[in-house]
Design a protein around this ligand. Structure first.
Ligand code: NAD
Ligand code: LMR
Length: 331
């Protein structure tokens, strides 16, 4: 048991995702029932946002969570990231119906320059940063490139929500429990080009195409449903996914900080190292494993022509997004 509290900074803490996420962290769902935490909550310096944040803090107090050892509520980035072991970068504008996530780059991209710099200045030396605010891969790239001195392998962008969506779709189709689905890697960008790799996913240990013989459904409907799920939720709810996104943040941090089951992997966007011929330095989603401390990209996952084509398309989009924000990327 580690009794020193972990410091967890969360930006956009008064927003929709924050409202689901903070209570899960404080309850122990993210770091386990023995690990105390201090929440460092960051919002914009706006009266309404700071007032809403005060309300959230009051509700956190009113939960009397035994593991919650302190709350900082601030609009000052250095105060918010001070000594942080984890930085969960949620704060950003969500898209509206009819938009692609990359349409947000102009408004959201610049948020991540200052946040990357502040993380480098003020966070703990072991800080790990997970970007949720969209478009999360390219925003993570901006944060990473602006956080001088922080190792690139400590930056992540979230594709776990896509993995969870994909697992549910496959489980439904095969009429099995969702827990029967493993080895689901989402490759590439958290966008409408992402590739949920059903070829290498397994249902009760068997390759998905051996269990679900409806190949046209797998190649078309399944992929499109996962790629378009965020848009479908915006259309239905009138605002973007929040509770499921917060749940995916919890899952991502847990999967990075606990050993991956033998033979399994999970999805998270990390700084590409040249694996699978994907250009080094892009923040791209891969199949990843963790030993609880360190993560690695799983090597040797077989890719056929169909998969390679899909991965090339999503990686090309990452390169296009990078070109759009080149002014925010110091050398
Ligand atoms: P929201 O509008 O409800 O909340 C966002 C909060 O961020 C607001 O309170 C706002 O004041 C704050 N904020 C804005 N700029 C900030 C800054 N510079 N510093 C600190 N706080 C700032 O939005 P939401 O529904 O919570 O979504 C947040 C982001 O997460 C959006 O960009 C959304 O598209 C993205 N998202 C990503 C995923 C994913 O899977 N990666 C899933 C769902 C949502
Ligand atoms: C999601 O996947 O639900 C989020 O990225 C929100 C969105 O814009 O789709």
């Amino acid at each position: 048991m580690n009794t020193t509290p972990l410091r967890v900074a969360v930006t956009g803490a008064a927003g929709q995702i924050g409202y689901s996420l903070l209570f899960r962290i404080a309850s122990g769902a993210m770091f386990g029932p023995q690990q105390p935490v201090i929440l460092q909550l960051i919002e914009i310096p706006d009266e309404k946002a700071m007032s809403a944040l005060q309300g959230v803090c009051m509700e956190l107090d009113d939960c009397a969570f035994p593991l919650l050892k302190g709350i900082v509520a601030t609009s000052n980035l250095d105060e918010g990231f001070k000594g942080a072991n984890w930085a969960l970068l949620v704060g950003a504008v969500p898209r509206k119906a009819g938009m692609e996530r990359k349409d947000l780059l102009g408004i959201n991209g610049k948020i991540f320059t200052g946040q990357g710099q502040a993380i480098a200045r003020s966070a703990a030396s072991d800080v790990r940063t997970l970007v949720i605010g969209n478009p999360c891969n390219t925003n993570a790239l901006i944060a990473m490139r602006n956080a001088r001195g922080v190792p690139a392998q400590n930056f992540f962008a979230m594709t776990m929500l896509d993995e969870n969506r994909a697992k549910t779709q496959l489980a439904r189709k095969a009429s099995v429990d969702v827990a029967a689905v493993n080895n689901l890697a989402v490759w590439g960008n958290h966008s409408s080009t992402m590739f949920p790799d059903f070829f290498n996913a397994r249902i009760n240990g068997r390759p998905v195409p051996d269990v679900i013989s409806h190949r046209e459904w797998l190649e078309k409907d399944f992929i499109t449903t996962v790629q378009q799920r965020g848009a479908a939720i915006i259309k239905a709810r009138g605002s973007s996914s929040a509770a499921s996104a917060a749940n995916a943040v919890v899952d991502t941090v847990r999967r990075l900080t606990t050993p991956t089951a033998p033979g399994d992997w999970f999805s998270v966007a990390v700084c590409a190292d040249g694996s699978y011929d994907i250009e080094k330095g892009l923040i791209c989603s891969f199949p990843v494993r963790s030993d609880g401390q360190h993560w690695e990209i799983v090597q040797g996952v077989p890719l056929n022509e169909f998969s390679r084509g899909k991965i090339e398309a999503t990686v090309n989009e990452l390169k296009e997004e990078r070109a759009l924000v080149k002014d925010l990327l110091p050398q």
